[in-house]
Design a protein around this ligand. Sequence first.
Ligand code: ATP
Ligand code: ZN
Length: 283
Amino acid sequence: MLKIAIQKSGRLSEKSIELLQDCGLKIDTVQRKLIADAKNFPAQILYLRDDDIPQYVADGVADVGIIGENVMLESGKPVKVVKELGFAGCRVSLAVPKDRQYDGPEFFEGKKIATTYVRILQNFLDEKGISAEVHHISGSVEIAPNIGLADGIMDIVSTGSTLLSNGLKEVETVLTSQAVMVSQPALTAEKEEILEKLLFRVNAVLKAKGYQYILLNAPNEQLEEIIKILPGMRSPTVLPLAEENWSSVHTVIEDNQFWDVIDALKEHGAQGIIIVPIEKMVS
Ligand code: ATP
Ligand code: ZN
């Protein structure tokens, strides 16, 4: 029996369950108890807070877990990544008030930085040889500079709109993160075999449904911004529309990225957004 820890509720839970279901595991999701058996696979699902998962996996309470790399690195626990899952993409970045001049990480020398990611931040500062005062706060990090608590912050960024609305600008990407499956370093042979079987299925699922095609109409003056938002495989195709000063933009995006970028696209005037599945892709 392989014990798989996933987030009970939050940004990772639905995708984690979906992945396991796509791998053919029948999981009871209606009534999320702490532990549920998969009905047709030798696995048990443990629903936990994401921050607790590294510890549980390290202790062997769970054998594997699905968490953000950010949470894994911040925990410092001895778990190993067995598969990058490609969803819940985000950055952990440093940001400063947008009117401050920023020329490089030396900006932070002697300054106060608020974050929930103390370990990741300290590692970054050590690496750059910068000494700064690190303030641990557990939520609403982005308001710290406004209330005079810090000169800058380090936090999760996905589209950057939260930073923007708090008068901050992103100045350094310290980490890029995605959901990963982690395991205990030493699994029994029996568990290892079940994990292999699961990973075989995970690989097949990720490969088959990794990408979608996005089409949208955009006002020309916003094209540059919109193209920046689209995390394409390469440069998108831009075609003029019959309506003057409007273009149609087509590109391939990763399956999971749509919901992350939709708000930002709309904010920049994108209309008629269409997402279509890709049946086959040769690159
Ligand atoms: P829990 O109650 O389980 O502790 P949480 O509030 O800490 O949940 P969520 O907000 O659900 O965590 O985020 C879980 C993970 O999703 C993050 O650790 C990160 O890896 C990822 N993530 C991706 N995009 C974002 C985003 N825009 N904001 C926050 N987390 C994101
Ligand atoms: Zn959490």
